[in-house]
Design a binder for this molecule. Structure first.
Ligand SMILES: Nc1ncnc2c1ncn2[C@@H]1O[C@H](COP(=O)(O)OP(=O)(O)OP(=O)(O)O)[C@@H](O)[C@H]1O
Ligand SMILES: Nc1ccn([C@@H]2O[C@H](COP(=O)(O)O)[C@@H](O)[C@H]2O)c(=O)n1
Length: 214
């Protein structure tokens, strides 16, 4: 059986950055599950379909191909907002969680990041991390990232979006964002990317040692 690392947390907390570094260091497969919700929302937008029809949204979710998720296209800020709207729909979540669980059985290990990995997708994960940072810090990071890619949103707009997305993700009925009871909390508000990775590495190495047969 492979080793599963579940990473959850709110928008722009740094969970994706951390998950990619972990996957690279440990030779694990990585799935950014946010991209699956983004791909669903983008398919609806591209087809001129509404974002609030659960049947139509679930049809698109069923067609999401995990091997064809293009981060450079799906990362657009407005797609994140649309993704959080389709993510409240149970039929969409059912379709995507099924695909994510199929991914999670890969050997020698997997890292999945999202909002419900430790609570719903992989409740038996060997290690669960809940990565967070203050809304102001997260907005600053996202604002900088958007600026570098040529976008021109103001810091205040980004902060408003982060707060709105937090409220939607934490307030929904199906699989709300929350730390699993057995998750390790990692507040990166005052941590560099490297410091967050070092903190995660200690926890991963301990969990790997626990899993090794004696
Ligand atoms: N500890 C950190 N210190 C400073 N910047 C960071 C840190 N972690 C991540 N970043 C930067 O913050 C931005 C957001 O990080 P990232 O995309 O990893 O967040 P996320 O939680 O995966 O967001 P989302 O859920 O919206 O995809 C990126 O530009 C990243 O380089
Ligand atoms: N496991 C997940 C992952 C994501 N979502 C929703 O998708 C939105 C976009 O996610 P990003 O991580 O790419 O920003 C996010 O705001 C959530 O609404 C989810 O519900 N569950």
């Amino acid at each position: 059986m492979g080793f599963t690392i579940a990473i959850d947390g709110p928008a722009a907390s740094g969970k994706g950055t951390l998950a990619r570094k972990i996957a690279e260091r440990y030779g694990f497969h990585h799935l950014d599950t946010g991209l699956t919700y983004r791909a669903t929302a983008k398919a609806l937008l591209d087809a001129g379909l509404p974002l609030d029809d659960e049947t139509l949204a679930a049809e698109q979710a069923d067609k999401v191909d995990l091997g064809a998720l293009d981060r450079s296209v799906l990362a657009a800020h407005e797609i994140g907002e649309a993704a959080s709207k389709v993510a409240v729909m149970p039929a969409v979540r059912r379709a995507l969680v099924e695909a994510q669980r199929r991914f999670a059985i890969r050997e020698p290990g997997v890292v999945l990041d999202g909002r419900d990995i430790g609570t719903v997708v992989c409740p038996g994960a060997e290690l669960k991390l809940y990565v967070t940072a203050s809304p102001g810090v997260r907005a600053g990071r996202r604002f900088e990232e958007i600026g570098k890619s040529g976008g021109n949103l103001s810091y205040d707009d980004v902060l408003d979006d982060i707060r709105r997305r937090d409220a939607r993700d934490m307030g929904r009925v199906d699989s709300p964002l929350r730390p699993a009871d057995d998750a390790h909390l990692l507040d990166t508000s005052e941590m560099s990317i490297e410091a967050a990775f070092r903190a995660a590495q200690i926890l991963i190495d301990e969990a790997l040692a626990r899993k090794k047969p004696s």
